[in-house]
Design a protein around this ligand. Structure first.
Ligand SMILES: [Zn+2]
Length: 285
């Protein structure tokens, strides 16, 4: 079984010039698409679950399925709680078999963000669960979190070492202008800031909001060699558009399994294509 936490998986990317994709699943079908893409592409992968997904599907189903689906495959698979803001949910994930959690204390002042994140790090590390923190404030809409443009706060590169040292996180999400959800208008990313962050950081850096980026921006982010990039919105769109197209084009054929098969295939293709773009394919013999 290659169910792992994200520590070694992300550290391996740092000197080998590739990125691990983290994909938000919405059910067991999309989870199996992501894990099967990893298997076929011989790529490490991170399955992400939002708090909303956890509440809907339940702890046991999600963690048991992730472990079961990653049995007997070469590819390393991690399961992370994305944007944990509810301490109870974060702790339950740690105790229910998630291999990683993200603590999103990004809306809090610096010291409070450190305190909250460290509280979880102390528990998580006892269970061999890795922790991602967030410094700065990523914009857009992600499940329960809505950040207006005026509240976006790009990460101060000069603060990241202090945050890492005092919180004890294993990886850190930074804000460089990427957004959750679909991009409206021109995308403006602060590459000088990312360059400075990558120069200073001696630990894995994470970029959120990588769906729907212009190809050129996506490539440029990848070229700075962050360790993890998150794809969520595009999966939601593939998922619902597949059902919508199925119902519109095939409206005499009410066969759920046929529609589920299409969702599985379309999601798997999206994920596999990202693995090629991220350079994480063919990591195993
Ligand atoms: Zn995010």
């Amino acid at each position: 079984m290659s169910y792992v936490n994200t520590v070694k998986m992300l550290q391996d990317t740092m000197h080998n010039n590739y990125v691990v994709g983290a994909f938000n699943i919405v059910d067991i079908v999309t989870m199996s698409s992501v894990i099967d893409a990893a298997k076929e592409k011989k790529s490490p992968v991170i399955i992400q679950t939002s708090q909303k997904t956890v509440k809907q599907l339940g702890y046991k189903i999600l963690s048991a399925s992730a472990k079961l689906l990653s049995e007997n495959i070469e590819s390393e698979v991690a399961l992370i709680l994305d944007h944990g803001t509810d301490m109870e949910i974060i702790k339950n994930c740690i105790h229910s078999g998630w291999s990683a959690v993200m603590v999103d204390g990004s809306s809090k002042p610096f010291e409070e963000n450190i305190r909250t994140t460290k509280e979880i790090v102390n528990i998580a590390h006892k269970y061999n669960v890795s922790v991602e923190g967030e410094l700065g404030h990523i914009g857009g809409v992600e499940e329960h979190i809505k950040i207006s443009d005026s509240d976006v706060k790009l990460t101060d590169p000069e603060k990241i070492l202090e945050f890492k040292k005092l919180s004890g996180v294993d990886s850190l999400a930074v804000a460089i202008g990427t957004q959750h959800g679909l991009y409206k208008g021109k995308v403006t990313l602060d590459f000088a800031r990312l360059e400075r962050i990558m120069k200073i950081a001696d630990f894995p850096i994470v970029i959120h909001g990588c769906s729907d980026l212009p190809e050129e921006d996506l490539k440029k982010i990848i070229s700075f060699n962050p360790s993890k990039m998150n794809i969520s919105t595009e999966i939601k769109h593939v998922y619902l558009n597949t059902y919508k197209d199925y119902l519109c084009n095939d409206n005499n054929n009410y066969e759920p399994i046929n529609a589920i098969k299409l969702v599985y295939e379309n999601t798997k293709k999206l994920v596999a294509d990202y693995m090629d773009k991220f350079g994480s394919s063919n990591r195993y013999n």
